[in-house]
Design a protein around this ligand. Structure first.
Ligand code: PEP
Ligand code: CO
Length: 458
C-alpha cells in the first residue's frame, strides 16, 4: 500500500481550521494557576513580531528535502533544556562554533553538505514522565522548562507562571541575535573552522585516529565552494533553529498566515518537533503540526509500531513532500538494530519521502551512584553505528544526527578521548535537564561518525 492509497481523506493543510487542535486531547500542558494572566500574555504574543520568517522556514524545508533525497546530512544539536540565564554571547558562540566544527568534519567524511540546526533560541519546555516530584516528604510540581516554571525545588519556583512565556519569547529573540552574530562572524570563515579542528586533533590523545579528515582540506574547500553555488548550503554561516513544540498555546500565539501563499507558519523557530510523549496520531500536538507549513520532526522511540508511524506520516505529510517531515529515531543502543529496520522498511515500501535522523541520546540515559543522570559516549556511538548499519542494510539514507550538546567543557556525559569519568561528574554538572556532550566529546562524536560515513578517507 502506498501512502496515497490509504483510505481516510486528509484535508490539505490550507483547508484545515487553524484551531482544530484545540478540540483534541493535549498531553503535557502546564496547570497554569491564573488563566487571566495566561490569556494576557498570549494576546500580547499574538501581536508580537515573529521570531523567524516564513521564507527561512521554506529554505530549511528545501535543505531537509536534500537530506531526504540522500544528498545532504543534518546536524541538529543544543541543550536538552535552555535556561534563561544561559544566554551569554560566549555560550552561544561556543555552541555555534562546536556545530560548525562538527559539520565540517562530517562534510569532509561524506562529501555532502551539512544542514546545521540548533536546539536553540526556544528550547524552553520539557515533557516530564511524572507531573510531581517528592523530596524529603515535600511534593511540588515537576520542573517543565524555563518557559513554565523554575528548576529550584521551592513552591515559588515550581508554580507555573505565564510571565515566563513572555521571557521565553524575548530570550529567544536575544539568542537569535547572538546566533546570527556568531555564525556570520569570523567563524563563517571555513579555514578558521578548519584550524580549530586541526588544533583539537593535535591536542587530542586520539590524534592518530582523527588525523584523516583534517589532512585534505583543499579537497573539502573545493567541495564547499561547489555547494556554495547553491546558495549558502554547506557553508558555516547558515544555522537554523528548532525546539520541541510542547506548549501549544505559545506556539499558536506565534503562528502567522503568510500573506503571499496563505500558508500558516509557526514563527517561533524554523523547525518544530513533537516529542516521544506527545506523538499519538489522534492528539493535539500532531494535529497542530499538520496545520503548519514549517518543516516538522517527530521523535520515534522503541515502542513505535510501523502502522502508527505510517499514520503519523499520513497526517503530517499527506502529500509526501520531501523535507516536510523528519523522523528522529531514539531507540537506545541495545534496541536500535532490532526496532528500527521494520519502521524504515515499511515507510520505504509505502513510498514515503521522510528523512530519518538518529537521536542517540534519549535511549541511553543511565543513573549513577552519585545520583547524576549520565550517558556514556560509547553507548551513544554504538547507537549511531547501529543506525548506520540499519540504513546501509536497507539501502536507505542515514540522514543525520540529533544531539544534546554544549560548547563548554561540562562534565555530564562520561567517556571521550579527553575522558570524563564517573568521579568527574560532580565537577561541572550544569544541565537543568538531560546530560549534554561537552565540546570535546561532541568533536569526538563527529570524528567517530566520520569513520562510519566514509570508507576511509576517499
Ligand atoms: C528531548 O529531546 O529532550 C526529549 C524529551 O526527547 P524525547 O521526546 O525523545 O524523549
Ligand atoms: Co533531553
Amino acid at each position: 500500500m502506498t501512502i496515497t492509497e490509504l483510505e481516510a481523506p486528509v484535508l490539505p493543510f490550507a483547508a484545515r481550521p487553524q484551531d482544530s487542535w484545540r478540540d483534541l486531547p493535549a498531553r503535557q500542558q502546564p496547570d497554569w494557576p491564573d488563566p487571566v494572566a495566561l490569556r494576557r500574555v498570549l494576546d500580547e504574543l499574538a501581536g508580537a513580531r515573529p521570531l523567524v520568517s516564513a521564507g527561512q522556514c521554506d529554505r530549511l524545508r528545501n535543505r531537509l528535502a536534500a537530506v531526504a533525497r540522500g544528498e545532504a546530512f543534518l546536524l541538529q544539536g543544543g541543550d536538552c533544556a535552555e535556561s534563561f540565564d544561559g544566554v551569554s554571547a560566549n555560550q552561544v558562540r561556543d555552541k555555534i562554533q562546536t556545530l560548525q566544527q562538527m559539520a565540517l568534519v562530517l562534510t569532509q567524511a561524506s562529501s555532502l553538505p551539512v544542514v546545521k540546526l540548533g536546539r536553540m533560541a526556544g528550547q524552553y519546555a520539557k515533557p516530564r514522565s511524572s507531573g510531581h516530584e517528592t523530596r524529603d516528604g515535600v511534593t511540588l510540581p515537576s520542573y517543565r522548562g524555563d518557559a513554565v516554571n523554575g528548576a529550584a525545588f521551592t513552591a515559588a519556583d515550581r508554580t507555573p507562571d505565564p510571565e515566563r512565556l513572555r521571557t521565553a519569547y524575548l530570550t529567544s529573540a536575544r539568542t537569535l541575535e547572538l546566533i546570527r552574530a556568531a555564525s556570520e562572524g569570523s567563524s563563517a570563515d571555513l579555514e578558521r573552522v578548519h584550524a580549530w579542528n586541526r588544533d583539537f586533533v593535535s591536542g587530542s590523545p586520539a590524534r592518530d585516529r582523527y588525523r584523516g579528515p583534517v589532512e585534505d582540506f583543499a579537497v573539502t574547500l573545493r567541495l564547499l565552494r561547489a555547494f556554495g553555488t547553491r546558495g549558502d548550503f554547506g557553508g558555516a554561516a547558515e544555522v537554523f533553529t528548532s525546539h520541541e513544540a510542547l506548549l501549544l498555546d505559545y506556539e499558536a500565539a506565534l503562528t502567522r498566515t503568510d500573506p503571499f501563499t496563505g500558508g500558516r507558519y509557526a514563527l517561533s523557530a524554523h523547525q518544530l518537533w513533537i516529542g516521544e510523549r506527545t506523538r499519538e496520531p489522534g492528539g493535539a500536538h500532531v494535529e497542530f503540526a499538520a496545520g503548519i507549513r514549517n518543516p516538522v520532526a517527530v521523535k520515534i522511540g522503541p515502542t513505535a509500531e510501523p502502522d502508527e508511524v505510517l499514520e503519523l506520516v499520513r497526517r503530517i505529510d499527506p502529500q509526501g513532500e520531501p523535507g516536510r517531515l523528519t523522523l528522529i529515531a531514539r531507540m537506545g543502543a541495545d534496541l536500535v538494530r532490532d526496532r528500527l529496520p521494520r519502521l524504515v522498511a515499511r515507510l520505504a515500501a509505502a513510498g514515503s519521502a521522510v528523512a530519518w535522523v538518529c537521536d542517540p541520546m534519549h535511549g541511553n540515559t543511565v543513573g549513577t551512584p552519585s545520583g547524576h543522570k549520565t550517558r556514556r559516549l560509547d553507548d551513544v556511538m554504538d547507537e549511531v553505528a547501529g543506525f548506520f548499519e540499519v540504513h546501509r542494510a536497507l539501502g536507505t539514507h542515514p540522514g543525520g544526527l540529533h544531539l544534546e550538546l554544549t560548547g563548554e567543557e561540562v562534565t555530564e556525559c562520561v567517556g571521550g578521548s579527553q575522558e570524563v569519568t564517573l568521579g568527574d561528574l560532580p565537577r561541572r554538572y550544569e544541565t537543568t535537564c538531560d546530560p549534554r556532550l561537552n565540546r570535546s566529546q561532541s568533536l569526538d562524536l563527529a570524528f567517530r561518525t566520520a569513520e562510519l560515513l566514509g570508507d576511509g578517507w576517499r
